[in-house]
Structure formats: structure tokens, C-alpha cells
Design a protein around this ligand. Sequence first.
Ligand SMILES: Cc1cc2nc3c(=O)[nH]c(=O)nc-3n(C[C@H](O)[C@H](O)[C@H](O)COP(=O)(O)OP(=O)(O)OC[C@H]3O[C@@H](n4cnc5c(N)ncnc54)[C@H](O)[C@@H]3O)c2cc1C
Length: 431
Amino acid sequence: MSEKFDCIVVGAGPAGTACAYELAKAGANVLLIERGEYPGSKNVMGGVLYRQMMEDIIPEFYKEAPLERPIVEQRFMMLDEQSAITFGYKGLEWAEEPYNNFTVLRAKFDQWFAQKAVEQGALLVCETVVLECIVEDGRVIGVRTDRPDGDLYADVVVLADGVNSLLAKSLGFHKEFKPDEVALATMEVLKLDRKIIEDRFNLEKDQGCTIELFGDATKGILGTGFLYTNKDSLNLGVGTLLSGLIKHKIKPYELLEYVKNHPMIRPYIQGSEPQEYLAHLIPEGGYYSMPKVCGHGVIVIGDAAQLVNAIHREGSNMAMTSGRFAAETVLLAKEANDFSENMLDTYRVKLMNSFVGQDLKKYKDATHHFDKFPQYFEKYIPMMNKAASQMFTVDGTPKRDKQKKIIKEMGSAGDKLKIARDVLRAWKVMK
Ligand SMILES: Cc1cc2nc3c(=O)[nH]c(=O)nc-3n(C[C@H](O)[C@H](O)[C@H](O)COP(=O)(O)OP(=O)(O)OC[C@H]3O[C@@H](n4cnc5c(N)ncnc54)[C@H](O)[C@@H]3O)c2cc1C
């Protein structure tokens, strides 16, 4: 038998690297396997990295990590074809240490983070695909890789292989995900002069802004678009549930082209040069789609465990926190020399008691609700835009008459009752 590790972590995204970092820091013998040429080479993210969960692992990481911009403003745009209702929050407390969150480019950030794990003593092996878990008497005892003599052994294998998690699937932890459980997102990195970015987004030097796009950004299909500022580029993307793309027979890159040419978005990106085109799945099934997250000798973390809060576009933070909890659990198991499912279940308990489990539970019905009732994105956002246009157009009509007209255009008494019911329902799934 080849060398045995305390832990093998599959996948050097934020989840796997966080786990490897914590284990190595505590002196464990950990192997981090990544299929990409380097960590981050295959990874995609709109780009918001949350400070707190990263600091739980590396305090004051922002002093040396390759970050783009601290975000001082979060805007939301409810788009119709020729208009938008925009709101948001800008706070200069976010421009200073310890900051709130940052934009990042994953190819740079993941590489840096993995290097930090290596400095703690983790062994990182890239360009290596884990083909399957090695299972003996119902226990995972290692992994089979695509390298010659590529069987490797460990007390615990941590699966951080991202959204599809073929490895967890092959263990029977989950079935093939359905089209209404995953979103397909496409994005472009658009090169633009940093001064132009700051002028266009009303930012002081080095500050960042995020804009979330709803409604016509996805042609009314359940999903969102995003426009984020990097140092000298913008990340523009759009993601919708796969089921929506199938139902509306729209190709994801057509949707991205549509957003790029949208009259409310075009002025922001004018003069920019496409630098990179990326596409990736996002697990959006939430709480009900979570697979089994531990078994004998194995733990599942990050996107592989479907840990994404689609309502708040949080994924990387949940990934890192789950990685940290997995590491803490492996260390406890090592101390007790017990790698059974019962022991490793400590991970699940930690996860479900933390903000990760609590937030997934809070929004457990949200995606399904908005998927089932498409009128929120298809009908109500255009309706709100039209009402705003009427109310803010000064044409000599008394405001009370305008209000009456808007209410009349909402339809019959039955239609109004339906709207009121939908508002109540939305409140219930979001509260
Ligand atoms: C378009 C888009 C926008 C997003 N925006 C945000 C955002 O703004 N903020 C946010 O917090 N989250 C965002 N997310 C979600 C976030 O990217 C994920 O939640 C996060 O990356 C999950 O981290 P992870 O480590 O679990 O998985 P990943 O980052 O997917 O990492 C998995 C790693 O495993 C490797 N791997 C897979 N299979 C194998 C194998 N068999 N052998 C070896 N290696 C393997 C992969 O190469 C990869 O490096 C976004 C996602 C997308 C697609």
C-alpha cells in the first residue's frame, strides 16, 4: 500500500482549500488533489468574496490576498425592456478595514489560497483527476486517480469537487440533479480602464460596486444577472435555472448577449473588451437538494453538498465554512481514532447549527416558489416599471388620477386579489 494520509481532499476550490489549510495548520498529513492545471484554472464566480468567513480561516487575509476591490455599494436593478427601477445601499464603513466583502478573480484568488495551504504543510497535486472513491467493507478508504499507480489512501476523504459531485453521486449520496435544482450561468470578464470604471460607477479610487439584475435581464425567466467591478475589468453575467432555459428554448450565451445589449446595461460596459468567457453550474436547489453529507470515512463540503444561498448569491462563504467544519471534525475523529459515519456526523451537526444550515432552512421554499409562480419576474417587474414611469412623468395629470390609473391597470378585483396573495406568499417564503 502507498503512503496513507490523515485526509485526502478532492478539489482545490474555496471549500477544499479551506479544509486542507485548517488540517495542515493543525499538523495533519493532508493531500489536496485538483484536476485543473492550477487551483482556480477551472473555477467560475460572479466574484463576491465574503470577508468574515475567509477571516475565520486567515485573519487579515485582505492585507495580502489578490483582491480586486472592496465593495462599498450594492445596487439592485429591476429591469424592463426600456427602463429600470434601481435601489441599493452605499456605505463608506465598507471602504475601510475590516471591510465587508470584495470582488475577486477566482483564477488568482484560488491559486493564492491554495499556496497558503501549502505553506501550512498541505501537499497540493494538480492536473490529477479523482476517478472514484475506494470503498472497502462500506468505508471510504482512499481515492483512485487517473495517474499511473494512482490509488491513494486516507483515514478520511473530503469531497470538495463542486456542483456535480460525481464522487458523492457514485457513493449513492445523491441522484442526478434535476433541471430545477441547478442554474446555468454564463459570464464575461470585460476589460475596461480603471478610471472609467470609477467614473461610471460613481466610485472613489479602488472602491467597488455590485449590481444585481432582475426581470428583463433574464427575459423574465427565474434567475439573475450581475455586473461587478474589478480593478480594471467588469464581470457581467447571467444565470437561470436550467429548467427555465429548457422551457423558454433560450441558449445561455443568447441571454448573455441580450444583457450586454440591454439599454440599461450597455452604457456601463461601453468601450470594454471581452477578455474571458466562462460558464458554470450553480447548485440552487437549496435545503431540499442537500445530499447526504457524511458516511464512513467520507465528508462532502461546499457546492458538492449544494451549499448555496441563491437569494443572497452566497456560495464561496458557505464553501469555506463547511471546509473549516470538516477539518475540525477530521481532527476530532483523528483524536478519537474513530472515522465512522457516527463520528463524522459532527460535521453535519456543526453545519446545520451554523448560518449555513440556518439560512438554507430559512429560504428552503424560495427557489421552488418563484419557479412555480413565474409571474413575479415575468409580470410584476414590468408592472412596477410601468407604474413608476406613470407616477414620475410630469404631464399635468393630478397624482390621484395617476394612482387610480395604475390601480386600474392592475386588472380586475380578482387580479388584484391574486397580486395581494402573491405578495403574501413571497413574504412567507422569504421571511
Ligand atoms: C457565475 C457564478 C457566479 C457566482 N457568484 C458568486 C458570488 O458572487 N459569491 C459567492 O460567494 N459565490 C458565488 N458563486 C458560487 C461559488 O462560485 C461557489 O459556491 C463556490 O465556488 C463553491 O466552492 P467549492 O470549493 O465547493 O467548489 P468549486 O469552486 O467548484 O471547486 C471545485 C474544485 O474541484 C475540482 N474538481 C472537480 N472534480 C474533481 C475531480 N474529480 N478530481 C480533482 N479535482 C476535481 C475543480 O476543478 C474545482 O477546482 C457563483 C457561481 C457561479 C457559477
